[in-house]
Design a protein around this ligand. Structure first.
Ligand SMILES: [Zn+2]
Length: 427
């Protein structure tokens, strides 16, 4: 039997198999079950996250011959389900908007949709990359969308929702598909590897998912490549070499040095990554993800669904979250976000990265106003109340107490930081 690529072999066949888009699949299933299917849908989202797959599942659900009406669980084996999956059904037209973007092609389409479906209930027109249509083609399409024949459903997919004219969007139900969480991609890849009898470590699975940056198709294609390149045993190093990523542990170590202000270690690691040919822009993006996760962990804890991390990552996050102050983590995250933007146009990436990381490290270890206030309050509450203090002799007089505040190392650092313009510390 001919080899079938993983992305195709493992393409979801049911709504419930689609990973990471439950907000869309749930709504589509509800529409089918309550018999409220609209006549036009628009799927918007980055490439490789399941727009075409979802369009085909939806087309099968509407047309499956195994049930008397549209169904949320198409059978997958009737003539129509099979034809749709193979992309050669008369009733379901799949059109590439990039190469059929003229007004004549859309007029052809308008003529075609007048025909009743041959086998199914609906004629379904799927237009991929619909933003590529010319303005006149959109106009021609608009006429059909305004008064579609009852047996016609349109499904549009695009990576660039803001290029679709508002007149079209307002006649569609729009769904925004998300980048898929890394942890969800890891789980899916793990299942695939088990079935394909590929031995792969957890960090290697994570590295494939990280490399794919939220795209399931890219993750599966990368896995395919790695298997044909390395055989059926894969390590993290095999994957890192392909994507130019740094290992999970190195990334977490670097984050640790940023949090503790280890400037020498930061510079040493950056030099190491640079000489190993790692993608430094990507490194900043991944560091930003790490600090974002750290913030989430600090505010809502490790078991929240909003945390996109594997168990190994969560282990490190817990440790670093415990040891660092949320206000500082936020400042580092902001600086990294700013750096990510500036790196896009930078010629000397390494220099910019080094200075940015040094700034981050300083930001994460310098004293914040919040610290100063906390320390002051601690000193105050440790002191006896004023009446008792006055009675107690020989206690520190007000001038001595004032000196005590300014002798505190935290206050001194804050004074340096804010150029002496720190806080009015009055009795
Ligand atoms: Zn079927």
């Amino acid at each position: 039997m001919a080899y079938e690529v993983l992305a195709r072999k493992w393409r979801p066949a049911q709504f419930d198999d689609v990973v990471g888009q439950s907000h869309v699949t749930r709504t589509l299933k509800n529409a089918i079950e309550s018999n409220r299917v609209a006549h036009a849908y628009l799927f918007v989202g980055p490439r490789g996250i399941g727009k075409t797959t979802l369009s085909r599942i939806f087309a099968k659900a509407l047309n499956c011959l195994a049930s008397d009406a549209p169904t949320v669980t198409p059978c997958g084996v009737c003539d129509l389900c099979r034809e749709i999956a193979a992309g050669n059904s008369f009733d379901v037209l799949e059109i590439d908007g990039a190469s059929n973007n003229g007004v004549d092609q859309v007029r052809d389409l308008r003529d075609q949709v007048q025909f009743a479906p041959a086998k199914g209930r609906f004629r379904i027109i799927i237009i991929d990359e619909v933003h590529m249509l010319s303005p006149s083609a959109f106009n021609a399409l608009l006429k059909t969308l305004e008064e579609p024949p009852p047996h016609v459903k349109f499904i549009f997919a695009t990576t660039e929702g803001d290029k679709i004219p508002p007149t079209i969007i307002s006649r569609c139900q729009r769904f925004d598909l998300r980048r898929i969480h890394t942890a969800l991609i890891v789980e899916r890849l793990r299942v695939i590897c088990e079935h394909e009898q590929v031995t792969i470590t957890d960090d290697a699975l994570l590295a494939v998912a990280r490399g794919a940056d939220g795209g399931m198709r890219d993750a599966q294609s990368a896995l395919d490549q790695l298997i044909s390149f390395k055989g059926d045993t894969l390590t993290e190093d095999d994957v890192l070499a392909v994507f130019g990523l740094v290992s999970r542990q190195s990334l977490e170590t670097l984050a640790g040095h940023i949090l503790t202000g280890g400037l020498a270690d930061i510079l040493r690691l950056v030099a190491l990554f640079d000489s190993a040919g790692k993608d430094l822009r990507r490194l900043v993006a991944e560091l930003l993800d790490h600090f974002r996760n750290l913030l989430v962990y600090q505010h809502v804890g490790g078991d929240a669904g909003s945390l996109d991390a594997t168990p190994e990552q969560i282990h490190t996050l817990a440790r670093q979250a415990e040891a660092s102050d949320p206000a500082r983590v936020l400042r580092v995250a902001e600086m990294l976000a700013d750096t990510e933007g500036r790196l896009r146009h930078a010629l000397n990436v390494r220099t910019l990265l080094e200075t940015a990381l040094i700034r981050c490290a300083r930001a994460s270890t310098t004293v914040t106003l919040e610290d100063v206030i906390k320390r002051l309050n601690a000193i105050r509450s440790a002191e006896p109340p004023p009446a008792a203090a006055a009675a107690a002799a020989p206690g520190p007089n007000p001038a001595a107490r004032r000196q005590q505040y300014f002798d505190d190392p935290a206050v001194k650092r804050a004074m340096e930081l804010f150029d002496g313009d720190v806080v009015g510390i009055e009795e």
